[in-house]
Design a protein around this ligand. Structure first.
Ligand code: RIB
Length: 306
């Protein structure tokens, strides 16, 4: 099984479900509430683990009860925590609002995620002899992710950057990423002319301009892939009824990363990503909505058999 290292964030998700969101100065009553494990890095780690990868999480937690429970969750999920450190202060939290059609709005308060250091990630990568893939996002300081990616690349280990939540990507981080996996709005924000990924030509031109392997996730339309400007390969997603899209993109990245580092083709890896993400939107919550290990194995069998 591949060994995937996630250098990224952890959050405690505080999800409120409501028929509509309040206007400024207004209070509305919600219908439901869930407290769960989240953070884009943690979600991707858990999804990759459920698919069968050996996963090591590199992160910093606060010294609060959220840090304790996050650590326990990783242990229960079978994610290696030896490179998770603790610092005084609060762990990351994410208040989230979800509307009946499944769309969400998220505020991330990074807390201890911002205490991650270059030394922490460099020594973690150096200490692990066999790594197949390193994944990062934009919820920890970018120079820290860049340092981890550079350490990986120096050993010939591929790196995947999920540029979420969107922020302008530093030149050093961009240079150290082999793969880029944005969603539609992140693609448009990254694009110099803010173009939507609504044609093969736009996606190919951007992949060529940045000279990367580019996978754009397109929600219910699946995903599109271009290898540094090569013709786009499109993979469709199954039709499902979405009730909560929180963390669907992370489910894609985690399962795609597992498949890719297991030796599946790019298109089959995208297919597994679309299947896992589609399944996740049919259930409430973030990690709680992800396919279980058995369900992920079934989805993997369907990809291998197709
Ligand atoms: O992508 C979904 C995630 O974004 C949530 O789990 C939340 O914590 C934020 O990081």
């Amino acid at each position: 099984m591949p060994h995937i290292v996630v250098v990224g964030s952890t959050m405690i998700d505080m999800i409120a479900y409501a028929k509509r969101l309040p206007e400024a100065g207004e209070t509305v009553q919600g219908d439901d509430f869930a407290l769960g494990f989240g953070g884009k890095g943690a979600n991707q780690a858990v999804m990759a683990r459920r698919c069968g990868a050996t996963v090591t999480m590199v992160n910093t937690l606060g010294d609060d009860v959220f840090g304790d429970t996050t650590l326990k969750n990783f242990e229960e999920q079978g994610v290696d925590t030896q490179f998770i450190s603790r610092v005084p202060g609060p762990s990351g939290v994410a208040p989230i609002w979800v509307e009946p059609n499944g769309t969400n709005r998220i505020i991330c308060v990074p807390g201890a995620n911002n205490a991650m250091t270059v030394e922490q990630v460099e020594s973690a990568i150096a200490a692990m002899p066999n790594i197949d893939l390193v994944i990062g996002q934009l919820e920890i300081p970018q120079h820290v992710t860049a340092a981890a990616f550079r350490s990986a690349q120096a050993r010939g280990i591929p790196t995947i950057l999920n540029p979420a939540p969107f922020a302008p990507i530093s030149a050093e981080l961009m240079a150290s990423a082999d793969w880029l996996i944005p969603n539609e709005s992140e693609f448009a924000s990254l694009h110099p002319e803010s173009k939507q990924p609504d044609s093969d030509a736009v996606i190919e031109a951007f992949a060529q301009a940045i000279d990367k392997r580019l996978v754009v996730t397109l929600g219910e339309a699946g995903a599109a892939y271009s290898d540094r400007g090569a013709p786009v390969v499109r993979v469709s997603a199954p039709k499902v009824k979405a009730i909560d899209t929180t963390g669907a993109g992370d489910s894609f990245v985690g399962s795609f990363s597992f498949a890719l580092s297991s030796g599946l083709s790019e298109s089959d890896s995208i297919r597994l990503g679309c299947l896992c993400a589609s399944e996740s939107v049919t259930r409430l919550g973030t990690q709680s909505s992800y396919p279980t290990a058995d369900q992920a194995a079934e989805l993997l069998r369907s990809v291998r058999g197709s």
